[in-house]
Design a protein around this ligand. Sequence first.
Ligand SMILES: NC(=O)C1=CN([C@@H]2O[C@H](COP(=O)(O)OP(=O)(O)OC[C@H]3O[C@@H](n4cnc5c(N)ncnc54)[C@H](O)[C@@H]3O)[C@@H](O)[C@H]2O)C=CC1
Ligand SMILES: O=C(O)CCC(=O)C(=O)O
Length: 488
Amino acid sequence: MAVQTEAKTYFNYINGDWVSSVTNEVEASTNPANKNEIVGYIQRSSIEDLNEAVTAAKQAQKSWWKLSGVARGEYLYKTADILERRLEEIAETMTKEMGKTFGEAKAETMRGVSILRYYAGEGVRKIGDVIPSSDSEALMFTTRVPLGVIGVISPWNFPVAIPIWKMAPALIYGNAVVLKPASEAAVTAAKVIECFHEAGFPKGVVNMVCGPGSVIGQGIAEHPDINGVTFTGSNSVGKRVGRAAFERGAKYQLEMGGKNPVIVAKDADLDLAVDGTISGGLRSTGQKCTATSRVFVESEVYETFKEKLLSKVKQLTIGNGMESETWMGPCVSEEQLNTVLSYVEQGKAEGANLIYGGKRCVEGELANGFYVEPTIFENVDLNMTIAREEIFGPVLALIKVHNIEEALKLANDTEYGLSASIYTKDISNILSFIDEIEAGLVRVNAETAGVEFQAPFGGMKQSSSHSREQGQAAIEFFTSIKTVFIKA
Ligand SMILES: NC(=O)C1=CN([C@@H]2O[C@H](COP(=O)(O)OP(=O)(O)OC[C@H]3O[C@@H](n4cnc5c(N)ncnc54)[C@H](O)[C@@H]3O)[C@@H](O)[C@H]2O)C=CC1
Ligand SMILES: O=C(O)CCC(=O)C(=O)O
């Protein structure tokens, strides 16, 4: 039973106003570090609310697009300044709402500021090319137009960065936006939208509707007036969203799961590899689509690597992300905690050897939250569930290999292809890894996580719809190309 009574209610943001849902229903967003603490109440909206937001967006988009790119950019610069001013408060809300440490939350919020500034600058960059025509008297060139209304469906694990890396490019290229944030982190998202509001965006250009994924998320995927849908989350939901958008001829972009490998070669700097494995696999409690989950280690250095890994993992401090000594916070929710624990049980049942962790943390105040120990398995077979499915928790599977060829073969033995890294000093290892690994993010002597907003981000195989987000790549999704031929 939640005890906090003074928690604020956050409204939907439709046509420039903060409004309650027509349902008059709200749901509590709670703190995974303390299930008795309510961070805020968010609207449990209906399709009617979504329809209002889409109507407002559709109406506002045309004049938004008629502004110059410079003018649109100014709004994004203003939003960035406001977000930066509110950085500590918004980061604190993020930590309280979804559990990541305050340090990580501040870094993510700052990343949101940088993304806004990066895309503000896009307002003055080129949007087309002049292409020689076969007719010497004609001018042929490409230009780009916005899609119209963009539906943004975002997850809880990066509640500032992901909505912003989808909304900022959508807006700068002249689209209007309807955001549906994940309910687990919707208070944080509402505070981000407050920054857009304060920046003075014209009414209807930015909208947010909170509510169940099956109603508002699905409603976005199916809405006839939403021209493009950008989604990050699980594979099962992503595919539903993609199918619904495809059926009605809308453009869609899906970023989904990962089962990201690290390869540790026998010549690797093992301390660096251990640090990268821990940071990539366990930071944010393993709740990143880029998180390391499978660790392939050459047999010659396997035992040394394992001992070094174990000794460092034992030192990790688990606790409330607001406490400065905490290295790893809780899972986002009880459901997510139970998912992680059930994967641990499945790993044991299928014969993997649990060498560290695997239990819920229940000592003292931890009992009120959704904490799990960092967990390491060895003797993991590639057919085991823990080697195949995305766990989204702090669970590492160690796999001994005889050589780099075997490591590459096993690393590619997955339906996912988001991120992968190798630790080695050998240039031929590095080159074959870059060529052969089936992943959209290829990292050498660096952890699997670590996305940079100015570079393309996305996966191969089932990790994405094969499109890319962020950097210059974003223009491909949020605009349509027109090839123009002019004959005087
Ligand atoms: N790749 C990634 O970045 C993420 C992956 N996940 C994976 O998904 C698992 C479950 O996490 P969830 O938060 O439940 O992910 P999810 O895929 O259910 O949620 C992502 C977003 O989709 C919305 N949604 C849910 N059902 C929908 C539907 N039928 N139509 C349209 N939108 C819908 C949600 O409300 C949320 O905003 C995790 O354990 C993890 O494996 C979760 C979050 C992020
Ligand atoms: O690793 C990152 O910074 C981004 C990861 C991501 O997009 C995700 O987990 O959804």
